[in-house]
Design a protein. Structure first.
Length: 255
């Protein structure tokens, strides 16, 4: 069944891409009327979770933390990440892009088999704030349908590409049954100029900013990120942390 759904999702995505190119004024008008929220530099909700569905961290006393990986899946990089995670029995949450899932279905299946979970990172990885409401919904729904075809259940975790969102994106995601998962710790491992951040710096930033209930933003297509896991995981375990998925973190709120 999940072989048919990706083809349907691709048709939806191609239609939306054409519509986006043909109607820039409509998207701009919709954006102008939105109550824009900053994508970076904002202050998380004091409790880590906002009523509109945003989650930066989950309030808890237990030393649990969630590693999350954006983008992909990618040949070479995703298997390398999974090798590092599986070596220590570490679950994680992978926010996948729908069009890449279609290209590498075997990698999607391997992520699931490893005990990690899937989150929605949209179908095309477009900046959602530049799209119309219908296009935003289409991007989230197309990716969500693909995920459900693999897992058998509707996904509930969404992360906007580049962390860019506004109130329209939040409202649409919530209407579709998602929480918008942001982060409390981001080592900036994916540079816009494609420079690789040194392994030691990735490790230092993640470990230094780790907190109970924290959500760590990392990226799938970075070799040094995969190498950094070999140090991040044992160092945080030595500090008493347990690694869980974002869904498990949410289930353990206030514990």
């Amino acid at each position: 069944m999940h072989r048919l759904l990706p083809l349907l999702a691709l048709g939806v995505a191609l239609f939306m891409a054409c519509a986006t190119a043909a109607t820039p004024a409509r998207a701009a008008t919709s954006l102008a009327s939105a109550d824009a929220l900053p994508a970076t530099g904002e202050h998380p909700h004091p409790g880590g979770m906002a009523p509109d569905g945003r989650v930066w961290f989950v309030p808890m006393q237990r030393k649990e933390i969630a590693l999350t990986f954006d983008d992909g899946p990618y040949p070479f990089y995703t298997p390398l990440l999974l090798h590092q995670l599986e070596a220590d029995g570490t679950p994680a949450t992978f926010f996948l892009v729908g069009r890449t899932m279609q290209e590498y279905p075997q990698l999607v299946e391997r992520i699931i088999a490893s005990g990690s979970e899937l989150g929605n990172h949209t179908f095309n990885h477009f900046t959602l704030t530049s799209l119309s409401d219908d296009e935003i919904e289409g991007q989230i729904s197309a990716c969500g349908g693909l995920i459900e075809s693999y897992t058998g259940g509707a996904p509930t975790l969404f992360r906007p590409p580049h962390g860019h969102y506004d109130t329209r994106v939040l409202d649409i995601a919530r209407k579709l049954g998602y929480r918008t998962i942001l982060w409390s710790d981001a080592p900036d491992d994916a540079k816009l100029d494609n420079r690789e951040l040194p392994v030691s710096l990735i490790v230092e930033r993640v470990v230094k900013h780790a907190t109970p209930g924290g959500i760590v933003l990392l990226h799938s297509g970075q070799y040094n990120t995969a190498m950094a896991l070999a140090a991040i995981i044992p160092q945080l375990r030595a500090e008493g942390y347990t690694f869980v998925t974002v869904s498990q973190l949410l289930a353990h709120q206030d514990l």
